[in-house]
Design a protein around this ligand. Sequence first.
Ligand code: ZN
Length: 239
Amino acid sequence: MDLYGEEAFVCPNCSIHAQQVWHQVLFKRENFVDDLGYSKLHEYYKAEEGSGVFFQDGDYLRQTNTLAFCMCQSCKKPSLWYEHELVYPLKSIIEDPNPFMPTEVVALYDEARAVLNLSPRSSAALLRLALEILLPHLGAEKAKINTMIQQLVAERKVIGKLQQAMDGLRVIGNDAVHPGLIDSEGKDDREVSLTLFKVINFIVAETLESDQMIGELYSLLPERVRKGIEDRGNPPKNK
Ligand SMILES: [Zn+2]
């Protein structure tokens, strides 16, 4: 999802796929001769319009583009870009928390979202804490995060991909505070943290959200059918 310099994309303000007009803020430095014949240096910033400013002699000017803004032709609102990354509006690049996420977990999710650009590592550590607060909502007895995951795995409440998601978030979030465990070479911290937002939403979707959906489905079944399912596999009782 590298949108920098693209002429059309899904607008982070209005969520419509729309034409985008880019403006690059350039630092200019020019020598000039004043009225008295002295040579002077004139330094200033100038915004240049059009995606053409991203190219020079066919080369993409990635390295020199520090600050840019982009006007959406649909909603006429700007997005701001710093060093090729979208910095405003920030909310749009991170998905909203799953509606089934408990309130106290949402508070940490939002805090992690607010600090992502300033400190991706703080963001990862906050998401790990969010998982720690979430686990008792999934039926774990309050304990260390690793113990709580183990408990849910032992009770078969957490298996497969869900377990991997929890352990991944746990270990990466921990490494954000005590670096050295993860070989994240070639991946920047921000990219890793962005993934963690998706991971915690996945965990909530696979647990609290699907529990409710399946619970509702099950409650539609007549009493005697439910009883039959519950007794299935049990030896028939002696009369
Ligand atoms: Zn827009």
